[in-house]
Design a binder for this molecule. Sequence first.
Ligand code: NAP
Length: 247
Amino acid sequence: MTGTLADRVIFITGARSGIGRATADAARRAGAHVVGADIDGLETMADLDLALALDVSDPDAMTAAVEQILKTFGRIDGLVTCAGLSLTGSATDMALDDWHKALAVNLTGTMLAARAVLPAMVAAGNGAIVTLASIYGMTGSPGNTPYNVTKGGVLQLTRSLAADYGAAGIRVNTISPGFIETPMTTMLQGESPMRSAFINMHLLKRAGRAEEVAKTAIFLLSDDASFITGANIPVDGGFSAAQVILV
Ligand code: NAP
């Protein structure tokens, strides 16, 4: 196969939907063998090289999934952690279950995926991990405590992984998307004052596409990013670059 990821084995969580699905498609176009995992929807990943039903917050299931990938392909070259949930609320009005669930899926799930693939990557002496944080990992947003906190945690997890495994040849970077049109953001579909205000906070004055995030993930997985690790790349139409005054 040709392409920037020719013959690499890339494991993508949250691969049935949105950014994960777009990343799976882009990785295949780049020549990779793509393993997709998601909590549900195996049939929507049937075109991938391997599709797995996986709850990323389940440590035993994560271990079994990575064992299956290694048994099938013999190695794992890249990981992209797209599985995630958007759970809302402030400290006093959020459901405690939502807090625990956001931590379990968004933060612990990302850590478990990295922890499961790292031994094989370290043994091979190379590998690339791309995590998905958010603009809300860098700034706060009202009524969004579980999500904000877990995405801030993903940023620090990414830096910690980069610090611990750089000497072994493993690169670990994060992407912080702005408003991307995916099933996660259906509440912002259709014209509404909230959608207009949110879009206006992005300097490019539009929402992003999952494919635009996927292209950045492919770059970070590839040798084109060979001296980049511990980085946070905003793919946010300029959201994090300026504070737009809404009038
Ligand atoms: P999406 O379309 O909802 O895709 C996320 C996928 O992860 C869904 O298929 C979801 O399944 C799955 N998932 C949820 N819990 C899981 C679990 N325990 N184990 C395995 N899979 C699980 O969302 P997206 O917009 O592509 O988001 C991808 C990543 O980018 C997320 O981490 C998100 O926080 C981040 N992000 C997105 C945006 C945006 O504007 N879209 C902005 C910033 C960051 P269900 O549908 O059943 O929940």
